[in-house]
Write a protein that binds this ligand. Structure first.
Ligand SMILES: Nc1ncnc2c1ncn2[C@@H]1O[C@H](COP(=O)(O)OP(=O)(O)OP(=O)(O)O)[C@@H](O)[C@H]1O
Ligand SMILES: [Mg+2]
Length: 392
């Protein structure tokens, strides 16, 4: 993605001055109404005649068309121009954001064979809260209580899942559990996280200029963040060599860090992380990498976009240690599908597996306040049991 360029928008920054970022004042052609419709989460344009939208997890082909390929390219050029970019033969793809914070990718022919393509991930004006995710069925109140306890007890957590499975949204919700008195540094390629904590520093990477200079990578920012006295480091997505720096940070006293990774199962997450560490260019034996992973990462939250379009957490998995060269995993919560309802929607529940997580000992020893439901599920073994009149 050498020539892809991400830009920092002055218009987006105005939100920190209390001014609402807005889409006003620009001409988005045929898709204008889609961009203003808050019920639409994604707009995907495949050439002038096909505009797909996603609403409530469902992809549909809209009846909207651009007048011509030239008109579609005009809109793409205009979007790129808002952030001082051009899109042409020399730089035929662009990553940027709309003034309201929506994430945009555009790619034009000849790279896009069947016509210019424009993909817009709409900015969530009112980001999903943990209550929203519970009401969507993404997780249960019990599982949310467990995750809240783990975040507050400074667990290092990976949110894993496929593209568009809801990783960033879940990361945002997990970050909302970080207590207000902690200093949070967020590191992203394009700022999407919306932390409500007052004490935060947001960092954004910068791709190389056309002449190849000026690149500041996620990795550079992770290294820099260690000198910023962070209580927490939240990395939007780990997709390259920064994985090694992140693991080292986690292993050297920066517990409580959170990130996302593209992977399809907890076991796959470990393999992916190993590959990313190798991408750092530091020549480490596999055994040493696994040691680092096993001691750094405490929990994997596995997310999926199921075939009915719903986003679900399918596993909440602890890393419990190593047996020889194999990292041992233990599911604490697991989603089990029970069937389909009348509308073809997948039924099922993210239920506790019955295994008592090792995490609870740390949650109790750190005196993290937990919900009564979680305490009932996993009682404190060291606490006196007054119901029996004796200490167990
Ligand atoms: N739990 C959820 N339930 C329903 N919709 C969700 C949920 N989580 C996220 N979404 C919606 O799904 C889309 C993708 O979400 P998000 O950006 O969090 O995914 P992602 O896995 O980080 O994607 P990417 O791989 O592109 O980074 C967004 O439009 C978001 O509003
Ligand atoms: Mg994401």
């Amino acid at each position: 993605m050498g020539s892809t360029v991400t830009f920092h928008l002055a218009a987006l920054e105005s939100s920190s001055d209390g001014q609402e970022p807005s889409l006003a004042g620009h001409d988005y052609g045929a898709i204008t109404q889609l961009l203003h419709d808050d019920s639409i989460s994604e707009v995907m344009v495949n050439g002038p005649d096909q505009v797909y939208i996603e609403r409530k997890g469902q992809l549909t082909l809209s009846d909207i068309k651009f007048a011509s390929e030239a008109e579609l390219i005009r809109v793409i050029r205009e979007i790129a121009a808002f952030v001082g970019r051009r899109i042409d033969d020399e730089s035929p793809m662009v990553d940027c954001r709309l003034p309201d914070g929506s994430r945009v990718n555009a790619i034009i022919p000849p790279l896009a064979i069947d016509g210019a393509s424009l993909t817009i991930r709409k900015f969530a004006r009112d980001p999903f809260s943990v209550q929203d995710l519970i009401s969507f069925g993404t997780l249960t109140a019990e599982a949310a209580g467990f995750l809240e306890g783990c975040v507050k007890a400074h667990f290092n957590i990976l949110v894993a899942g496929g593209t568009g499975s809801g990783k960033t949204t879940t990361l945002n919700v997990l970050s909302s559990f970080i207590p207000d008195n902690e200093r949070v540094v967020t590191i992203e390629d394009a700022a999407e996280l919306q932390l409500r904590q007052p004490h935060k520093v947001r960092l954004e990477s910068r791709p190389a200029r056309i002449d190849g200079t000026g690149r500041i990578s996620i990795r550079d920012l992770v290294v820099n963040s260690l000198r910023m006295r962070p209580d927490r480091i939240v990395i939007g997505e780990c997709r390259s060599g920064e994985a090694l720096d992140m693991l080292q940070a986690m292993n050297t006293g920066h517990d409580g860090s959170l990130t996302t990774i593209q992977a399809n199962s907890p076991r796959d997450t470990l393999a992916r992380l190993e590959t990313l560490v190798l991408m750092s260019g530091v020549d480490l034996p596999q055994r040493a990498i696994r040691e680092q992973i096993a001691s750094a990462i405490h929990l994997i939250v596995q997310q999926s976009r199921l075939r009915d379009g719903s986003r679900r957490i399918t596993n909440i998995t602890e890393i419990v240690g190593r047996e020889g060269d194999t990292i041992t995993l233990q599911d604490v919560f697991l989603f089990e599908e029970t069937g389909l309802d009348g509308n073809g929607r997948i039924q099922g529940k993210l239920s506790p597996t019955g295994i008592r997580p090792n995490a609870m000992a740390k949650i109790y020893s750190r005196k993290v306040a937990i919900s009564p439901a979680l305490a009932a599920l996993f009682p404190d073994r060291k606490a006196p049991d007054y119901t029996l009149g004796v200490r167990r």
